[in-house]
Design a protein around this ligand. Structure first.
Ligand SMILES: Nc1ncnc2c1ncn2[C@@H]1O[C@H](COP(=O)(O)OP(=O)(O)OP(=O)(O)O)[C@@H](O)[C@H]1O
Ligand SMILES: [Mg+2]
Length: 229
């Protein structure tokens, strides 16, 4: 049993608390926030109410999404933009999912998220190259993801000022009929839509944000200009 209750998480999302692994500094352990899955089930539309609580468990959803064919093929390059997932550990605050941890160059801090980076620097030429590399990777491997949220992408510093993006959350599909899992043409359409969406979201992140994201997103259409990705 791994003891986490007395330690501070290094970060927290809406669904999960993220801890450094006490036995290995290169790993992190993600644990669901207490009662989150039950709450999501209670709020779900009626047609999802018959599903078990497990199907609302973010860690469980992510673990399953790591079993998608693009990842199981285990091509060495696949690990360039996603962490490895090492499965489950028992902790004193519930079951934890273990993945690689990405530090920043600053001592004792996790890597910067794309959201933080855009706030500070907007779209630099280095970021633009990193976005292009990441989108080529998604297209090549047809990695299936939910909407690519800037707070779920980390921006890693590489040699000579280069940047590398790593997706740490939001794997899998949120669609009811997972056609993209089985039909390559549907997977390609799925990936293109996620890239269009990311492009659109980045434009909003660096805008004056006078219009809320909620209203901006209503005007999202597939096949918009690829400015960044
Ligand atoms: N492997 C990692 N290495 C470094 N930082 C990480 C890692 N995983 C997560 N983080 C940091 O922790 C934050 C929350 O993690 P994560 O996105 O997995 O939680 P979540 O609750 O599922 O998020 P959401 O709010 O998107 O539902 C991330 O935005 C990121 O800043
Ligand atoms: Mg997240």
């Amino acid at each position: 049993m791994i003891l986490l209750a007395a330690s501070e998480p290094f970060a927290a999302g809406d669904h999960r608390l993220c801890y450094r692994h006490p036995h290995d500094e290169n790993l992190c352990i993600k644990v669901n926030r207490q009662g989150k899955a039950q709450m999501l089930k209670a709020r779900a539309p009626f047609y999802k109410q018959f599903r078990p609580v497990d199907s609302f468990d973010d860690n469980q959803i992510e673990y399953r999404a790591f079993q998608q064919s693009a990842i199981l093929r285990n091509t060495p390059e696949i690990w360039r933009h996603i962490p490895r997932c090492y499965g489950w550990v028992e902790t004193d605050i519930g079951r934890g999912l273990v993945t690689d941890y990405y530090p920043s160059e600053k001592l004792n801090a996790p890597a910067t998220t794309l959201e933080e980076y855009l706030k500070k620097f907007a779209v630099t030429p280095q970021l633009s190259s990193a976005l292009k590399e990441f989108s080529a990777y998604l297209r090549r491997y047809l990695l299936l993801t939910k909407n690519l949220m800037p707070h779920n992408l980390l921006v890693l510093q590489e040699q000579e000022g280069m940047l590398r993006l790593v997706l740490i959350d939001g794997f899998g599909l949120s669609t009811i009929f997972p056609v993209a899992k089985y039909v390559p043409a549907a997977a390609r359409r799925h990936v293109e839509k996620r890239l269009d969406w990311l492009d659109y979201r980045i434009a909003w992140e660096i805008s004056d944000r006078k219009i809320s994201w909620r209203d901006t997103e209503k005007k999202f259409t597939k096949g918009g200009n690829h400015i960044y990705v």
